[in-house]
Design a protein around this ligand. Structure first.
Ligand SMILES: Cc1cc2nc3c(=O)[nH]c(=O)nc-3n(C[C@H](O)[C@H](O)[C@H](O)COP(=O)(O)OP(=O)(O)OC[C@H]3O[C@@H](n4cnc5c(N)ncnc54)[C@H](O)[C@@H]3O)c2cc1C
Length: 367
């Protein structure tokens, strides 16, 4: 048997990587820092998607690396078929968004399906033995220091993802001479109610109706035109991060409250928000514009980073000069260069790159 492969991080990318390595007959150990497997994937809506049209992907993530994006776009359908072949539980056959295609899985069942196929999983792992390593540690969203340094929000962002992704993969690879992609100041997240919430509410409390609101900062400046809000609303979240307190007030008139976001009205979404975030108009720090009937105070929250390690189509980590570092791969959020300038499915990236990393590691290590 060739070298044992170390897979660091048992979220989406790591579970897929380790399961595929085993399928290919390779010896692998999956090391997870947290107290459970699943990473942010377990907390997610678990929709694995790609843009229906390649040109939309190009346009919506304009600064991503075309070759890396192409791999995700072209391989996702077969990768989803692979997941299905393992009996991972699908709950939607379509994404419900006409711009995208993909599937929604049941996250707990997906984690269980993959864990069963992993040869060896250690939880609470703090150190990695030396050897060929595939980094799947999920970026640095959970490190307030790295977020402050790289993303530079106006105030600390709330974390809307797993608590263990603190940039360990990034640090490990940088120590070995890895290069970084652009977009290190970008992130995927949501504006969430400015109130207490926990990880069970990450999905249900997302305030995903900026496109119907007047978007105003704490100083009363209307800083984002609702007409410019992207369908994923990621652009308004990133803009909110740069406003005072990393906060935004969503001001809604009667017509806005009647709009629908999937199966819920905006009024229902507002009512579901914790009362502390629903600010009486008389308590706003600025005069409410005419017609506004409801105000919700939101805070920018980070789910994961968008920039990361430079990799190639085989998920090999690259130096700045484009040469691969021997025995080092990265998949999922640890790798940058896909959604730069926009938003794309982090789970799709993790799945496709996890498969690519496993296959390249298996091939390069031989039998
Ligand atoms: C509420 C929510 C909803 C979402 N909805 C969607 C969606 O519908 N569609 C979509 O595409 N994406 C969605 N996402 C994003 C998606 O979950 C991530 O893009 C995806 O999980 C990234 O996979 P990953 O393997 O890179 O990171 P993760 O799944 O987060 O896994 C990283 C793992 O690495 C571990 N780790 C960190 N440091 C170390 C270390 N030093 N050693 C060992 N292990 C370490 C972490 O504990 C974690 O288990 C959502 C996320 C959230 C939180």
């Amino acid at each position: 048997m060739a070298d044992r492969v170390i897979v660091a991080g048992a979220g989406m990318a790591g579970l897929v990587t380790a399961a595929r390595l085993r399928e290919l007959g390779r010896d692998a150990v999956l090391l997870e820092k947290g107290t459970r497997a699943g990473g942010s994937m377990l907390l997610s809506s678990c929709v694995l998607w790609r843009h229906r049209e390649w040109d939309d992907f190009r346009r919506e993530c304009p600064s991503g690396d075309e070759r890396l994006k192409r791999v995700v776009w072209e391989r996702l359908d077969e990768a989803l078929a692979w997941l299905r072949s393992l009996d991972a539980p699908v709950v939607w056959e379509e994404t419900g968004n006409p711009r995208t295609v993909g599937k929604r899985f049941e996250p707990r069942g997906l984690v269980e399906t993959l864990v069963q196929r992993v040869p060896e999983l250690h939880l609470g792992a703090r150190e990695w033995p030396s050897g060929p390593t595939i980094l799947c540690t999920g970026g640095f969203a959970a490190s307030p220091e790295l977020v402050a340094e790289r993303i530079a929000p106006a105030a600390p962002l709330r974390l809307r993802g797993n608590p263990w992704s603190t940039g360990d993969g990034l640090g490990f690879a940088l120590d070995r001479g890895a290069g970084l992609t652009g977009g290190l100041d970008e992130f995927y997240g949501r504006n969430m109610p400015d109130a207490a919430w926990d990880e069970t509410e990450f999905v249900s409390l997302s305030q995903l109706y900026a496109r119907f609101a007047r978007i105003v900062d704490e100083e009363g400046v209307e800083f984002f035109d609702r007409a410019d809000v992207s369908w994923s609303e990621t652009n308004v979240v990133q803009a909110t991060a740069r406003r005072p307190g990393a906060r935004a007030y969503y001001l809604l008139d009667a017509e806005a409250l009647e709009q629908r976001v999937r199966d819920r009205s905006v009024a229902e979404l507002v009512t579901a928000a914790p009362p502390e975030a629903r600010v009486p108009l008389r308590d706003l720090p600025f005069d409410a514009p005419p017609g506004v009937v409801v105000a919700v105070r939101t805070i920018a929250s980070i789910t994961h980073t968008i920039g990361g390690l430079r990799i190639d189509e085989r998920a090999r980590v690259l130096r700045d000069d484009g040469t691969p570092i021997d025995g080092l791969w990265a998949a999922g959020v640890d790798a940058g260069g896909i959604a730069t300038g926009g938003y794309a499915s982090g789970l799709a990236q993790a799945l496709v790159q996890g498969l690519a990393a496993a296959e390249d590691a298996a091939a390069s290590l031989g039998v």
